[in-house]
Ligand binder design. Structure first.
Ligand SMILES: Nc1ncnc2c1ncn2[C@@H]1O[C@H](COP(=O)(O)OP(=O)(O)OP(=O)(O)O)[C@@H](O)[C@H]1O
Length: 511
């Protein structure tokens, strides 16, 4: 790189605030260059943070990164920023589509005329678009008779879920109107309409996104021999269970808790709810409301969406009964009993009774589940009393388990209502999954999320670098080897671990 850069060369130089800024090299000494930046500053930088700038790059950027003279970070970022400046949010990098979140409605980008234009157009014939990717997946499925998957990846708030919705809308447009539910609703409509229900129970406000999906989703759209949608299934992964009992400022718990606290008065009274501030699972953060969002409106909208996806009124009542039970459960505190055991504190008695009543379970059974641990050995079953701290862990374990089972039940219910086509031989899958996460404190959940992403990255590396380069080598084509970070060793370390076998199993009654 250093050889390409001389005094007078136009370059990009690393900048702590802007990531990269452009300028001209005015002096070189050893490993360092002095650069006059285009915003009038003089900076000195090591060559490792300097990249050559292509002066012939078109003013409006290029629609495919492979057309860039230099394919380095500042060139890629500059190209995306230039295009974003003229509302071009999509750019190709070969046959991969990069989407930059516009954070504003762009109806003209997604309307019916645009869908019609992309129908059957070859990739690259029209401007980069998410519809073009869906179109290729669909055409290849029809022409080659094989299933395809589209992977939507990116960090939180990047726009994965919105992109997934656009993909689904376009696939529904291409393959719509084959199977209909008994009441005349099409399968594709039911899949799209399941979004508000999944979002109410699986989404939450985070620091980066007011409506962040706290689960991964793989939607399978099944097609018949004529290329028409004949069934669908939604599979979910890695629900962030820990959020049920632990939230940090200024985040919120899953939306459904706040929706229920803003339900009509009659329901509030039925479930003995009230101000969200009075519930431990909600008041660990000072954020209760979202700007521009009405929880009471969204509660009614969620009920309506549940009607649409075929969840009966009595089932809906049962769902919200469980949501209310979890809120009461979180308010149960424990005092020290005899011999290092714990008992429910007197002031929590009301919440304890409400939890048992709403879960329709025996009071003593709930007390045991919270305050005792059952250990099963080959010889006997041992009941061990828990101290108050352990009982709190047990309580939170129960809340997380009930919530994640409720979520799984909802997904199963939606799937049963949409219906799968067991005769379908081809499908298009759309995977919308969290990107890499790295927080101040990382837990097992981050480990699972990052491991999944590392596996997906490896799949990408395998196809984009390894197989491609192997083919060049076989065909003796001259190319310059692309160096990339290969974390296969890390994956092997995790995946090939052999677990010791235990001679007895431990069963905790609450998890
Ligand atoms: N194509 C788009 N057009 C308009 N607005 C968009 C678009 N993509 C994203 N947004 C806006 O950005 C917000 C965040 O997007 P989205 O929820 O899709 O992100 P995400 O990558 O799925 O995040 P998370 O991983 O946290 O769930 C959306 O609520 C929407 O306001």
């Amino acid at each position: 790189m250093q050889g390409e850069i001389n005094v007078g060369t136009h370059v990009w130089v690393g900048d702590p605030d802007l990531a990269w800024t452009d300028g001209i090299v005015v002096n070189i000494e050893g490993d360092e260059a002095e650069i006059q930046t285009s915003d009038g500053r003089m900076v000195v930088s090591n060559f490792s943070k300097i990249r050559p700038k292509d002066l012939e790059a078109p003013d409006g950027g290029v629609d495919d990164m492979t057309k860039l003279a230099y394919l380095h970070e500042p060139a890629v970022l500059h190209n995306l920023a230039t295009r974003y400046g003229v509302n071009e949010i999509y750019t190709y990098s070969g046959d991969i589509l990069i989407a930059v979140n516009p954070f504003q409605g762009l109806p003209y980008v997604y309307d019916a005329c645009v869908m019609e234009q992309y129908k059957g157009a070859a990739l690259g014939e029209l401007s980069p678009h998410v519809f073009a990717i869906a179109d290729v997946a669909y055409r290849e499925m029809i022409n080659e008779g094989k299933s395809n998957s589209i992977l939507v990846s990116g960090e939180s708030g990047a726009g994965k879920t919105e992109t997934t919705k656009m993909l689904m809308r376009y696939l529904a447009y291409l393959g719509g109107h084959a199977g209909t539910a008994a009441d005349g609703r099409t399968i594709e409509k039911q899949v799209l309409e399941s979004n508000p229900v999944l979002e109410a129970f699986g989404n939450a406000k985070t620091v980066r996104n007011n409506n962040s999906s706290r689960f991964g989703k793989f939607v399978e759209i099944q097609f018949d021999n004529h290329g028409r949608i004949s069934g669908a299934a939604i599979r979910t992964y890695l629900l962030e269970r820990s959020r049920v009992c632990q939230i940090s400022d200024p985040e919120r718990n899953f939306h459904c808790f706040y929706l229920l606290c803003a339900a009509p008065q009659e329901e509030i009274e039925r479930y003995k709810l009230g101000d969200p501030k009075s519930f431990h699972y909600l008041n660990q953060s000072s954020c209760y409301e979202l700007v521009g969002v009405s929880d009471s409106h969204d509660y009614l909208a969620t009920r309506k969406a549940m009607d649409i996806v075929g969840i009966k009124r009595e089932e809906q009542d049962a769902i919200f009964r469980i949501v209310a039970a979890i809120l009461h459960l979180g308010n149960i505190d424990f005092a020290k009993g005899d011999n290092d055991s714990s008992v429910v504190k007197d002031e929590s008695e009301f919440h304890f009774r409400m939890t048992a009543d709403l879960l329709m379970c025996d009071h003593q059974a709930l007390q045991n589940a919270l305050c005792k641990r059952v250990m099963v050995t080959p010889e006997e079953i041992i009941m061990k009393s828990l101290n108050p701290d352990a009982a709190v862990i047990s309580r939170d374990g129960l809340a997380k388990t009930i919530y994640s089972r409720l979520f799984e039940w909802l997904v199963d219910k939606i799937n049963a209502s949409i219906g799968q086509d067991c005769h379908s031989e081809t499908l298009i899958g759309v995977l919308d999954i969290y990107g890499f996460e790295s927080f101040k404190t990382n837990s097992f959940e981050q480990f699972c999320i990052n491991f999944t992403n590392e596996k997906l990255q490896q799949h990408f590396n395998q196809h984009v670098f390894k197989l491609e380069q192997a083919e060049y080598r076989n065909e003796e084509i001259y190319w310059s080897y692309v160096d990339f970070v290969d974390n296969q060793d890390v994956l092997d370390l995790i995946e090939k671990v052999s677990y010791p076998t235990f001679s007895f199993s431990v069963y905790s009654s609450s998890s």
